[in-house]
Design a protein around this ligand. Sequence first.
Ligand code: SAM
Length: 271
Amino acid sequence: MSTLYVVATPIGNLSDLTSRAIEMLSSVPVVAAEDTRVAKKLLSHIEATPQLESLHGHTSPNRLAQIVQLLDEGDMAVVTDAGTPGISDPGSSLVQAAVKAGHDVTPLPGPSAAVTALSITGWSFDRFLFIGFLPRKKNEQLATLQDAAREPGPVVVYESPHRIKTTLKNIDDALPERQLVICRELTKLFEETFRGTAPEALAHFEEPRGEFVLVIEGAGASKPVEVSDQEIQQTLESIRSEGVGGRTLVDRAIEITGASRKRVYRLSLGK
Ligand code: SAM
């Protein structure tokens, strides 16, 4: 059995390529790449010359089988155009095929646009919702965003410059007043971070260019800080009336009120 090495690559700044990634890409005989032209630029930067196999967005089962046949003969690495393979890109199709064929899969971690953007929000959270690319049809996009409006943690969306204005309008409809952190061209020359609401972002990005990550403040953050004991008790009562008790009762009341676990737990015991 061989090993498929899943190698994260920079999202813009070549200096973000890890030394482990350089060693791996310089030593494996074959590299499967989302787009071989993009991979060639990266590989020539590190003077590596592996055999390149293309793994386009809609890789056919036959093509995947051909690549897995090569993997049967020896170790291979997979890279996508930017960031961590498998995160909103075709990397996952090869990983799935390799696992199915009984090969080992080993990750070489590195940049990902989603986590890079989350790291500079400055918001305190212990969970987040990664959506990646939203559905393109307006009603499907709105439904996805309305679902996401309940998420307590930040919501991460990838977007193209052509669709970002429409998406911002839909965010304003489904999640009005939410703070956004919008990262444009992360790690690149024209890197920019915008902080504000969707209408402010629409005014700011008149002619959007480049690659974007949108991070939407979670529902937890927009709850009133000083919810009263009475409001928490009412929330607990209403959840209890649905037959919910124990830890789930407390969890749901925290989600709705944004109050601390200690406080909700105490009030759930009638103290
Ligand atoms: N696998 C990648 C990752 O780990 O981030 C994501 C691949 S997805 C096909 C490409 C999208 O990621 C872009 O449309 C954009 O939304 C986001 N992205 C990638 N690089 C970026 C950058 N330098 N700045 C902002 N967004 C970026």
